[in-house]
Design a protein around this ligand. Structure first.
Ligand code: SAM
Ligand code: SF4
Length: 329
């Protein structure tokens, strides 16, 4: 089977594609309350353009696609896009990362279109706190959405939780307990300095070491192997149906096993979340680039993938970074 490697020998087989920069929430760690300036509709990649790029990527050896945003379920005809991507030779797995609000409506049709799994971002299990963190979201929609996703077979459902000190870190134990009575994969993700603002300046991030310690104080946890685990390290409580994941962009350099390429919704290939270096594939396509030329641009962005980042270095500045909703988290 074909595969493609970067300069540091990492196999690149995974592409995260932002399909919209719009969102129906304004999470405090991701967006300012007034939202961010939107990219004009004409600059957003069309379905056919995304499919053309993914076809070239699959030819190079990329196998897994994750659609994200903004909120991917806000994109018109998302099922149609998923259907065309899942028909591409070589693409084995398509997932989405979503806030889950619209899953209730779309889970069955997405599954029928070829979607394999969902990651749901959920940072509180409490109605009021959820509303505050998301600036207006109704948690009942998320729970109903996860229920529909489960019924539609989009398994395993992964919950992404970002503990932020003084905001929701008191719920770390509650999220961990969820795995003792549900099959969910609960993944704790270290808060990253994208849209850094006040929360980052106040050092509100909670590091994996502390999260793990607090989780293990409930009961011993043991490492487990999970297929397609990506950057997460997985554990479970004895006899628990669910799994605990830890994703540590700050403290644990998952860079050494990074297998991904990103594409923004306006068609910029981005080798790393923390570097502003981009390769403009949209302009190439709109100027009539051949598949060969697109492959060349994909290879180029893989070649320039940096070895890693130094997020916790105090002299590192993040002011230049685009909002997460635009890059695609
Ligand atoms: N709207 C969808 C959602 O919320 O799942 C997809 C886009 S969102 C940008 C993708 C993921 O990025 C979410 O799991 C979110 O929690 C995460 N995220 C956003 N800002 C982050 C930050 N500063 N640090 C860590 N993760 C972040
Ligand atoms: Fe929207 Fe997702 Fe960002 Fe929340 S984390 S504001 S749901 S893009």
């Amino acid at each position: 089977m074909l595969s493609v490697h970067d300069t540091y020998g990492r196999t690149i087989d995974y592409m995260r594609i932002s399909v919209t920069d719009r969102c129906n929430l304004r999470c405090i760690y991701c967006m300012p309350s007034g939202g961010v300036r939107h990219i004009p509709g004409k600059d957003i990649l069309e379905d056919e353009e995304i499919a053309q790029i993914v076809t070239s990527a699959a030819r190079l050896g990329l196998r897994k696609i994750r659609l994200t945003g903004g909120e991917p379920l806000l994109r018109k005809n998302l099922p149609f896009l998923i259907e065309s991507l899942s028909a591409i030779d070589g693409i084995e797995d398509i997932g989405i990362t979503t806030n889950g609000l619209l899953l209730k409506k779309y889970a069955p049709v997405l599954a029928a279109a070829g979607l394999k799994r969902v990651n749901v971002s959920l940072d509180s299990l409490r109605t009021e706190r959820y509303r505050e963190i998301t600036r207006g979201g109704d948690i009942r929609d998320v729970f109903e959405g996860m229920y529909e996703a489960e019924k539609a077979g989009l398994l395993p459902i992964k919950i992404n939780m970002i503990p932020i000190r003084g905001i929701n870190d008191a719920e770390i134990e509650d999220f961990a307990r969820l795995t003792t009575y549900t099959p969910y994969h609960v993944r704790f993700i270290e808060f990253m300095p994208i849209t850094p603002g006040k929360l980052w300046a106040e050092k509100r991030y909670v590091l994996t070491g502390e999260i793990k310690e607090r989780v293990s104080s409930l009961a011993p946890i043991m490492p487990v192997k999970v297929r397609k685990s990506g950057p997460a390290r997985y554990f479970r409580f004895e006899h628990a149906p669910g799994v605990l994941g830890f994703i540590s962009p700050l403290t644990h350099h998952f860079c050494s096993s990074c297998n991904r390429l990103r594409m923004t919704c306006d068609g910029k290939l981005r080798p790393c979340l923390f570097s502003e270096t981009e390769v403009d594939v949209k302009s190439a396509i709109r100027n009539g680039a051949s598949d060969r030329e697109i492959e060349r641009l994909l290879r180029r962005s893989i070649e320039i993938k940096p070895e890693g980042h130094l997020l916790l270095r105090s002299e590192t500045s993040f002011d230049h970074l685009k909002p997460m909703s635009r890059i695609g988290g």
